[in-house]
Design a protein around this ligand. Sequence first.
Ligand code: NAP
Length: 475
Amino acid sequence: MLAQVLAFAARFKTGKTFAVYNPADGVHIADVPDMGAEETHAAIAAAKAAFPLWAVKTANERAAIMRKWHGLIIEHKDALGHLLTLEQGKPLVEGIGEVAFGAGFVEWFAEEGKRLYGDIVPPHMPDRRCLVLKQPIGVVGAITPWNFPSAMITRKVAPALAAGCTIVLKPAEDTPLSALALAMLAEQAGFPAGVINIVTAASAPEVAGVLTSHPDVRKISFTGSTRVGKILMAQCASTVKKLSLELGGNAPFIVFDDADLDAAVQGALATKFRNAGQTCVSANRFYVQASVMADFVARLTKAISELPVGSGFHAQTRVGPLINKAAIDKVSGLVSDALAKGAQATLGGDRHVLGGNFYAPTVLTGLTPDMEIAAAEIFGPVVALYPFETEAEVIQLANDTPYGLASYFWARDIGRIFRVGEALEYGMVGVNEILSGHPGTPFGGVKESGQGREGSRYGLDDFVEIKYLAIGGLN
Ligand code: NAP
């Protein structure tokens, strides 16, 4: 797959390349085209030229090509998963799982595009008819992160294509190979030239600067940090672009005293250690009711101590490396700061003996609000535990953040389940479950975690304009 992808990428004759490395061992994997402003302008022009031809196709015609793309992704899912693990580091089972999960959006939106219904509104005059049409927005600029190099692309590209939009995609610098592989398979599936355009780049601001300021780009769909989301939002103001933003999180994970503690431990493992804690929906602050704190910490510490750490290509690995040096320095700094200010590590607390980008799974107690970790998105395999006494107190603590993406709580009292579920200021609440995603459900955040939704029929609405067609004189 790598050789095919590099042959596909070789057509972009930029004269410049940038290197891609394996985060598990630092080995150089490949060099890919380093595109800039000039190539971004060309990609936008191609997307603009392709738009009228793609938009005018019937939903069935678009779906037929999308289903072919889906079939090719599934046919090659093992090779795509291998490529993903090579450049991103997550365990191979997660890499292949992500490819299949991401392909699900292509299949689901191929079908959902057929149900992009408008409305007929009862008229206010006898000779009038009032129609509401949904039309594709136009050229969409998509910017995606490295933590899900495949699914974060399909989750925005699939609804855009289904709605009739064309795309210019800039993937993350650390993980461009999965994106190039998807673009290569899209071409094989028969998307017309210009419908999907990829811009791999070492300088994100250069490419994003063109995408956000160009009048022919009608929408930006971004997944990444809140910091960069705010930059893009400001840049889009000059041309009043529509924006979908999937940004950072600070997910609370609340364990009440009536919870099934073993189920809560399994949930904690799944949401904290998937992708070594590098997901936007990773539990970030664990609040445990004081009466069950000691029991929960003991069970969780034991379960985490049994998670094998290593290369994503070792069959038993559950926790892979972090993405790069900056990531491990950040996690290491947060834990050192907490320990220096009095926290205790019941497990880990330092870099892993494997060295490089590996961090030891860590459990911290005795945390206080003055520690940096209390407000940061950790993005690593570190569990930060805080005790609480009452339901009202923990709701206040959980909501005391500018973020509002995912949240979780574990409880069995049915009244509490509704009270807490409705009180949490988050776009998604997992109750006795970890929000295992599927394309039919809306994914997204409130507050500084973003705007818009991906997945579900609401995700399709993010790529259409509403037009009111008023017809008069119908005597
Ligand atoms: P990031 O630094 O914001 O990067 C995301 C994308 O933006 C990358 O393509 C990056 O390019 C680009 N970028 C970086 N700086 C830019 C700038 N100044 N102008 C324009 N584009 C720029 O985020 P990340 O570290 O890759 O990803 C982790 C973050 O994403 C976390 O905060 C996580 O919570 C969030 N996330 C959110 C969701 C969600 O659905 N809400 C899903 C996944 C991740 P380069 O790679 O070339 O720097």
